[in-house]
Design a binder for this molecule. Structure first.
Ligand code: NAD
Ligand code: DAU
Length: 360
């Protein structure tokens, strides 16, 4: 049985990945999920897998070298899939330090512990070991409004503390591959959406606010472009890169789905209007009147767009979920999980939300 060490598996993409992997491989794999359960880590995301004999949860900080090396000592880890990170750009602008700690130092700890466990005395590595570092297209900086894509060869030019910390962690992984021949891959992915996404990010924030009749904050002119990918398509890409990707390579993962933020907000409002049943009182307040232009994000990148040609040509991965379908599935999930939203919008998250947007 192959054993995976997943970091940050209680977060948005990590929990979707764990569900996907159990759907695909069932009892053929063991997943150990190590997560510090920050504000973004929610054990509720994994309640369906908690009882499985081949799922183990370890609450630990990836910066804690002792805790991480103990996991490598206790289990024969075959694959690492490293998601754990501080992931929200606005938070990084307010408080960069925790991003440097988790994203840079935490990645260094993961690399060191894996290397110590996997390296043979002659500098080669035990058979079949692979480390996948999950990263972002934001390391490439910002594109012009007209034309151009991010390729694996695009120079790094991060702008926010978040993207600078992710770029640093990518460079560490590259340095370990170059220096120690460490068996790794990097994936750089565009914006994800789907179930279990914390409502500080654009899509779940807009769905949640619209359903509650709260204002829909649009940064700047609303014309910044993101390239949206359904999260399950990302989970598939990560699995395929570990199965079929060439070691030491970087693969860009993207949705071929560029949209301005304001378009996204219009689509969500229209879809909510279609999906709310007749007689549902929320139909009255889910309208474009809620759209409110607010101060722009500092250093706001204008446009992201991935060219996922390499992963298509080498591995055969392509995005499968059309945006209109993905957004319906996402909204359906949030309709069916109102209790999940209630739980995550209380406590620590609520305080952050109030600091960011005021108590409206
Ligand atoms: P998330 O914020 O939803 O989840 C992060 C998880 O990491 C949480 O469970 C949190 O508890 C855990 N974590 C944070 N600090 C930790 C620490 N010190 N030790 C252990 N666990 C810790 O993030 P996400 O959106 O699921 O993103 C996952 C990864 O994918 C990140 O590396 C992010 O940079 C990358 N990524 C995200 C997107 C996106 O659109 N969300 C796109 C491309 C790449
Ligand atoms: O591109 C990949 C990245 O996508 C990931 O690496 C990050 O972890 C992830 O958070 C995401 O970053 P963004 O900054 O693009 O996502 P966010 O959902 O925060 O914002 C998307 C766009 O919407 C961005 O242009 C800012 C804008 N926005 C966001 C919020 C929260 C608004 O206009 N209003 C808002 O309230």
């Amino acid at each position: 049985m192959r054993t995976y060490l997943v970091t940050g598996g209680a977060g948005f993409i990590g929990s979707n990945y764990i569900h996907y992997m159990f759907r695909k491989y069932g009892d053929q794999i063991h997943i150990i999920n190590v997560d510090a359960l920050t504000y973004a880590g929610n054990p509720e995301n994994l309640k369906e897998v908690e009882g499985r004999g081949n799922y183990t949860f370890v609450k630990a900080d990836i910066c804690d070298k002792e805790a991480i090396s103990r996991i490598f000592a206790d289990y024969e880890i075959d694959r690492v899939v490293h998601f754990a990170a501080e992931s929200h750009v606005d938070r990084s602008i307010k408080d960069p330090e925790v991003f440097i700690r988790t994203n840079v130092l935490g990645t260094a700890v993961m690399l060191n512990c894996a290397r110590e466990a996997w390296e043979n005395e002659d500098g080669t590595y035990k058979e079949g070991k692979r480390f996948l570092h999950v990263s972002t297209d934001e390391v490439y900086g910002s594109l012009e409004e007209e034309g151009g894509y991010f390729y694996e060869t695009t120079p790094y030019a991060p702008h926010s503390p978040y993207s600078a910390s992710k770029a640093s962690s990518d460079l560490l992984v590259k340095a370990y591959m170059d220096t120690y021949h460490f068996p790794a891959n990097i994936t750089n992915c565009s914006n994800n959406y789907g179930p279990y996404q914390f409502p500080e990010k654009l899509i779940p924030l807009i769905i949640n606010n619209a359903l509650k009749g709260k204002k829909l904050p649009v940064y700047g002119d609303g014309k910044n472009v993101r390239d949206w990918l359904y999260v399950e398509d990302h989970a598939k890409a990560i699995d395929l890169v570990q199965e079929k990707g060439r070691l030491f390579e970087t693969y860009n993962v993207g949705g071929h789905n560029e949209k301005q933020n304001i378009e996204i907000i219009h689509i969500i409002i229209e879809t909510l209007q279609e999906m709310l049943p007749p007689g549902d009182p929320r139909r009255a307040h889910v309208t474009k009147e809620l759209i409110t232009y607010v101060e722009d994000r500092k250093g706001h990148d204008r446009r992201y767009a991935i060219a996922p040609d390499k992963i298509r040509d080498e591995i055969g991965w392509e995005p499968e979920t059309m945006f209109r379908e993905g957004i319906r599935q996402t909204i359906r999930w949030y309709f069916d999980h109102e209790d999940w939203m209630e739980h995550v919008t209380s406590g620590a998250y609520q305080k952050y939300y109030d600091d960011m947007y005021g108590k409206k």
